[in-house]
Design a protein around this ligand. Structure first.
Ligand SMILES: Nc1ncnc2c1ncn2[C@@H]1O[C@H](COP(=O)(O)OP(=O)(O)OP(=O)(O)O)[C@@H](O)[C@H]1O
Ligand SMILES: [Mg+2]
Length: 661
């Protein structure tokens, strides 16, 4: 070790009179080998997990700190072969050690697993997130126990490493048969270089996406803070999965499907690859999920990408929904290394990688095309279902009109960024506006354009916004018509069951807030018994003619209609009040049923002409008790809808269609 000065000058050593050159490494090479490449906990720890696999471990246990402090550590413990004291030196501490011994394919000692190790630098990955790495290992071979620490600052600080750098050995216990049972290795990363404690959820998700090992072999388990890494975390969001969803005739020639449902294909030179590609229902936002990952021997060799497709494919949008895995073990079985040092990228310029790249481009493009038509079909099917209630209305259109409408809807269905729900809403709006004779030009344009453009869509969305207002407005108009119809019935004194049924099916007539109310039959008998026990007689007490019980959520609505010739007077008011109080008292005492509140309406043709009575009625409003004549009831209802309609107009003042309405 050169203590001082510049190694370049001192490397001319004179030995036996001969000049001698030596190669010197600066401690900083460790930065290039480790730190810069593995700055996320996932990247760094994936290397240590790979080493445990190579060491025939069956169980790997990671502990991550939940909160970060100066003393926080990350540990990774395996029950693998461990290392003897000599192996610590010859394998672990020899940078660039070739565990495959020059062979392209090499397997582990005990379990004959294909080795993931190759470069002899993975151990430095820990320095991406920690300043100190402590190794504690017990050999399966002889039970030797060795503990030593690597400290980044010391290694870096040694300047030029010409000979050897002393490593601090804390334990070096010799062979011991009794210790063999405890074989395995524990790495402890301390002096952590993390800004915040890693999110365990994020970490496990991203780690599980880096390996296929758990799926491939039953004797390898990785746990993080006690929980096994999740498998198949993303399967719930898939809309189409290939090869599963290939239709007859769509499958590429020469392809077969294995027992696990993966496609098996051959590349030139007899290389076999397996793959599975899925499209999600929604665009994929996570970078480590969107695209195709390539695995070699079960370890991520290429982070998700789309085979460098650079635009121009017609179904390009599919790429945002696509996620997949390709197993290309051959990549790690060549004499030369195709996988970049940071192990997340394949050297695609290499002639052995090119056929895979070409295959990937072709396959992904073909799948995107299938996806595009599938998705349009899927939406159209949803539309057909949605169209069923409109069948009569559609049937009423001329056939040319029907065709235009159908084409327009198909175009709309092809906009992949629309969710099914959004499509249904827009499709519905289009149908309604066509019927109302609106937007004909826009819909025609839409049907005639070869592909739906973004501009067209925006235009449509802007229109749809107004349409929503228009549709709501129309709904209000319909309601006002119904109120009018009711007024007619009342005026003709047809205050019988027809009216009651009318209100039962249209409770919003009383007030827009009753829109969700439904006829409540289950309480009918109970309330009758209540009345009996309290000796309340509705027919006499408030001259009841018809009654109605409605409920929504935790609210009960009691509606009582008086005989046509009776006027609401003081007795009616107090008796009805007593009745509602009785019901309320029952509801609060019986916590088993869902109803908590009770609102009472007593409706008559007239109220007695006495200002004091009107005052009493006013006072009862705050108690949720309403005494109304029909005139007032209908007036309030109309008033409320008219106000609603005014608000809508105010919202789009510039739209003449609304003001015309
Ligand atoms: N957990 C472990 N158990 C037993 N031996 C280990 C363990 N981790 C590392 N080793 C030994 O140390 C060697 C060096 O590991 P390192 O990760 O640096 O290189 P590699 O795995 O051979 O290759 P690569 O750089 O491609 O990962 C390994 O080949 C292995 O012999
Ligand atoms: Mg390794």
């Amino acid at each position: 070790v050169e203590e001082q000065g510049n190694a370049g000058e001192s490397s001319q050593t004179v030995e036996d009179g001969n000049k001698q050159l030596v190669l010197a490494f600066h401690g900083r090479v460790i930065d290039h080998l480790g730190i810069q490449m593995y700055q996320s906990p996932t990247a760094a720890l994936a290397e240590l997990i790979s080493n445990s696999w190579d060491a025939d471990a069956e169980n790997v246990e990671l502990t991550l700190p939940v909160s970060l402090g100066a003393d926080s550590v990350i540990t990774i413990r395996d029950d693998g072969n461990g290392m003897t004291f000599d192996e610590c030196q010859s394998r672990f501490l020899n940078v660039g050690y070739d565990c495959r011994d020059g062979k392209a394919i090499s397997t582990s000692k005990v379990k004959s697993r294909p080795l993931l190790g190759r470069k002899g630098i993975g151990k430095f990955a820990g320095f991406g997130i920690a300043k100190t790495i402590t190794v504690d290992t017990i050999s399966r071979l002889n039970g030797e126990h060795t503990v030593f620490a690597l400290n980044l600052e010391t290694l870096r600080g040694t300047k030029y490493i010409e000979g050897q750098t002393r490593i601090d050995t804390q334990v070096a216990d010799g062979p011991d048969q009794n210790r063999i049972g405890e074989h395995g290795t524990t790495f402890t990363l301390s002096s952590l270089e993390l800004k915040r404690a890693p999110s365990i959820l994020q970490f496990t998700r991203s780690m599980s996406r880096r390996f296929l090992l758990a799926e491939r072999s039953s004797d390898f388990s990785v746990k993080v803070n006690g929980d096994a890494l999740p498998v198949d975390i993303d399967s719930g969001q898939e809309e189409y999965v290939f090869p599963r969803d290939y239709a007859a005739g769509e499958m590429p020639t020469g392809m077969s499907i294995d027992a696990a449902g993966w496609a098996v294909e051959s590349l030139p030179a007899g290389r076999t690859i397996k793959w599975r590609i899925a499209f999600f229902e929604e665009p994929i936002k996570e970078d480590d999920l969107r695209g195709v990952s390539i695995f070699a021997n079960g370890k991520l060799a290429q982070r998700p990408f789309t085979f460098n497709i650079v635009g121009g494919i017609s179904a390009q949008q599919g790429l945002e929904y696509l996620t997949g895995k390709v197993e290309a073990d051959y990549l790690d079985q060549l004499t030369h290394d195709l996988i970049a040092t940071e192990r997340q990228r394949i050297n695609w310029e290499d002639q052995d990688a090119l056929p895979l790249l070409d295959w990937g481009k072709e396959r992904v493009e073909a799948l995107c095309k299938i996806w595009k038509s599938r998705r349009a079909e899927g939406k159209l099917k949803a539309m057909e279902v949605k169209l069923t209630p409109f069948a009569m209305r559609l049937g009423g259109l001329q056939s040319s009109e029907r065709k235009t409408l159908r084409t327009a809807l198909t175009k709309l269905a092809q906009i992949n960024s629309l969710t099914t729900k959004q499509f249904e809403l827009l499709g519905d709006a289009i149908l309604t506006s066509w019927e109302a004779g609106r937007l004909k030009e826009l819909i025609n344009d839409l049907a005639n354009s070869p592909e739906m453009s973004a501009d067209k869509l925006i235009e449509l969305l802007v229109e749809a916004n107004v349409l929503t207002a228009l549709n709501t407005h129309e709904a209000i108009k319909t309601k006002l018509t119904i109120v009018e119809e009711l007024r007619r019935l009342v005026e003709k004194k047809e205050l019988e069951n027809a009216v009651r049924d009318y209100i039962a099916t249209n409770p919003w007539l009383i007030s827009p807030q009753w829109e969700t109310f439904k006829k409540e039959i289950s309480l009918k008998k109970l309330i009758k018994d209540l009345l009996n026990s309290k000796k309340i007689d509705p027919a006499k007490d408030w001259d009841r003619r018809i009654d109605l019980l409605l409920a929504s959520g935790d609210r009960l609505l009691i509606l009582e209609f008086m005989q046509p010739d009776k006027k609401i007077d003081m007795d009616h008011i107090t008796r009805f009040k007593y009745y509602v109080a009785t019901v309320r008292n029952y509801l609060t005492g019986n916590t088993g049923q869902p109803l908590r509140h009770c609102t009472g309406y007593l409706v008559a043709n007239k109220i007695v002409n006495d200002p004091a009575i009107h005052q009493m009625i006013q006072d009862e409003v705050k108690n949720d008790l309403y005494y109304l004549d029909w005139e007032m009831l209908l007036y309030t209802s109309e008033k409320q809808y008219e106000e609603f309609s005014e608000i809508l107009k105010e919202r789009s003042p510039e739209d003449s269609r609304l003001s015309r309405l």
